[in-house]
Design a protein around this ligand. Structure first.
Ligand SMILES: C[S@@+](CC[C@H](N)C(=O)[O-])C[C@H]1O[C@@H](n2cnc3c(N)ncnc32)[C@H](O)[C@@H]1O
Length: 336
């Protein structure tokens, strides 16, 4: 499938079929097929036996994925890992298995089926389907919560280093990562800036799997549990909000930003790390993320102008936007 094929009718057909590839990747990741191919090629029958799966169905799944260069099949019907399939292995360097499991989890998949109704009403169906707002549900359902937070960390690992190295932290001593998840981003900031001490701020159940200790940074990174709607830790030179504001409505973002504004010293900075939607209709990952947010959360991706207005409402002033090698930019603000 090539979503940008020159043939317009084929493009519509291909885009409509796209969800089948997502479902197939999800199934391969859930079953753990790639892990079983680490030792070499195997037939679908042998894989199915070990997985307790139906051999014909597994063959058909792998044949489709092999047509997209995820796995390959030789003349004797044995499947092997390809460079892409290797990323589905649990322990591969840079493994994306958890990210696939997160992006295809029910919390996104089920609301996606109701998108036309969401567009009609301007309201996502998450609470109705799952009985609670997104992050409350993830706290309540430990299995889905773990799937989300591990996947989020995995996806973020791709971008954390390049983003951390795109900003000059040399004049800073203390940095708080607000809603920092397991800590992948603050770890990269601390690694690149030996003078900085960090605070990883998130819900208790998320901090239970925080990574700074295993990264050898326990003495430079404090774990602080709390609710950013109530307050954030005081007195830091910078407040990082990575993939946070895009989860929330403007009104709620202003509340979070005001709490950061209240907590920071006069010279403090707020660094929002989110997509900044460029003008025009060129492809941009932020546009995909934006519709994902619309489907399951009250949030959205924003343009630079929209960030400027948001900051102004929270008593802040947008100072600059720093583009990074990743799809996310760093939007910096100071007290107005
Ligand atoms: C989309 S994830 C982003 C995680 C991380 N910043 C990253 O870029 O990988 C949003 C994070 O916000 C945290 N969060 C949600 N509501 C929160 C609240 N009220 N107070 C503190 N953290 C919260 C979640 O637990 C989650 O770790």
């Amino acid at each position: 499938m090539n979503p940008l094929t020159e043939n317009p009718s084929q493009r519509i057909v291909d885009l409509s079929f796209g969800f089948i590839y997502s479902a197939a990747l999800c199934a391969a990741a859930e079953l753990g097929v790639a892990d079983l191919l680490e030792q070499g090629p195997r037939s679908a029958a042998s894989l199915a036996k070990e997985l307790g799966a139906d051999p014909q169905s597994l063959y058909r799944l792998l044949r489709l994925l092999a047509s997209a260069e995820v796995f390959s099949e030789d003349d004797s019907g044995h499947f092997s890992l390809t460079p892409a399939a290797n990323y589905l292995r649990t322990n591969a360097p840079g493994s994306l298995r958890s990210a696939v499991l997160m992006l295809t989890q029910r919390t996104f998949w089920a609301p996606a089926g109701e998108l036309s109704q969401t567009v009609r009403t301007g309201k996502d169906p998450f609470d109705r389907i799952f009985g609670a707002p997104f992050f409350d549900y993830l706290e309540r359902d430990a299995k889905e919560g773990a799937r989300f937070h591990h996947g989020m960390s995995c996806l973020s690992d791709l971008e954390n280093g390049p983003i951390a190295r795109s900003y000059d932290f040399t004049a800073m001593q203390r940095v708080v990562d607000v809603g920092g998840g397991h800590g992948g981003f603050i770890i990269e900031v601390l690694k690149a800036n030996p003078q900085v001490r960090g605070v990883l701020y998130d819900h208790r159940h998320v901090l239970a799997e925080a990574r700074p200790t295993q990264a050898g940074l326990a003495d430079r990174c404090e774990l602080a549990e709390g609710d950013f709607f109530e307050s954030v830790p005081a007195g830091a030179d910078a407040y990082l909000l990575k993939r946070i504001l895009h989860d929330w409505s403007d009104e709620v973002c202003v509340r979070i930003l005001r709490n950061c504004r209240k907590a920071m010293p006069a010279h403090g900075r707020i660094l929002v790390v989110d997509a900044v939607i460029p003008p025009g209709n060129t492809p941009h990952d932020g546009k995909l993320l934006d519709v994902l947010m619309m489907m399951s959360l009250p949030g959205r991706e924003r343009t630079e102008e929209e960030f400027r207005k948001l900051f102004a409402q929270a008593g802040l002033r947008l100072t600059r936007v720093i583009h990074t090698p990743a799809a996310l930019s760093i939007t910096e603000a100071v007290a107005a």
